[in-house]
Design a protein around this ligand. Sequence first.
Ligand code: IPM
Ligand code: MG
Length: 369
Amino acid sequence: MTLRSFRICLLPGDGIGPEITAEAVKVMAAIAAAADVRFEFHEALLGGIAIDHTGSPLPAGTLAEAHAADAVLLAAIGGPKWDTTDPSKPRPEQGLLGIRKELGLYANLRPVRIFAPLADASSLKAEVLAGVDMLIVRELTGGLYFGARAREDGVAGSATGGGAGRRAYDTMEYREYEIERIARTAFEAARGRKKRLHSVDKANVLESSRLWREVVHEVARDYPDVELIDQLVDNTAMQLVRNPAQFDVMVTENMFGDILSDEASMLTGSLGMLASASLGDGTALYEPSHGSAPDIAGLGVANPLAMLLSVELMFRHSLAMSDAADALAASIASVLDEGYRTRDIADAGTAADMLVGTAEMGDLVVAHL
Ligand code: IPM
Ligand code: MG
């Protein structure tokens, strides 16, 4: 058997990023030995740490490493150190949005799976969570995040009153091809699952949503086997906590998807359990959906599971290692079954000796492989 070798670009970023990246590397090294593959890790700077070292949140060298890799594994970026409302200052988030755009990663897949032993960690009742297994397909390189934006000073007051002052705007814009390709991604995903697709928009108010709805219905003609349901975004926010099991695949605009996926993560008990895959035309990128959690950075208590579940997605979507992906998922499930918890997913019933830190959780996952 020939040894397959994969080049992995690691972007640990800020906050808890380096800690959870270390666990991903640990677990991947353990899997490499058993799966007869070799991982070549190339670490690069992104986000706040990149600003500190180079002045830019997305240095050219990082982009080159990402393009050269078979897959990119990103942990988290951002923190209060770099928070500013001054538009002339670089922000860590520009690095993240920039790399998504530069790699053409228009489709962000966020699977929301309930691990049975964690049902009590959710703020929702266990019976509401029964049967929840959904995939959020978030458009990632368009919409409100990338439309024209500006700020002006000293704008005259309006005719209807209101004084002179500052003005700012962001634009939600979609082109037909952007909607069409994300719709196709979502229909294809639904075809491989329970064949139900919710397309989430605000077509009762927004023109971009009306185009979204039209194009999604045009694409639907190629997928007669998939049931398509239009749902307004405010209703979706409500349905997610009322009856989350109704969803199979959900497809939506960038900003709506950002908000709804944080909401959906609470079904799983913690944002620390939500992985994501960003796919497009080139190298794919895998990252937990959570942020850099600066409040617990360096304490060794962060939950590495969303990062490890992102590795699972990488094995499946980029490296054709579905056996290793299954093994990793099974290992995480058994560690949770046995009752081990990081503090974000612990509850009153968690015994002190079952409460583990970041590195211990990684060790447990390795031990159960
Ligand atoms: C996410 C994050 C990012 C986003 C931030 C950090 C820019 O919230 O991946 O969901 O809004 O896309
Ligand atoms: Mg978000």
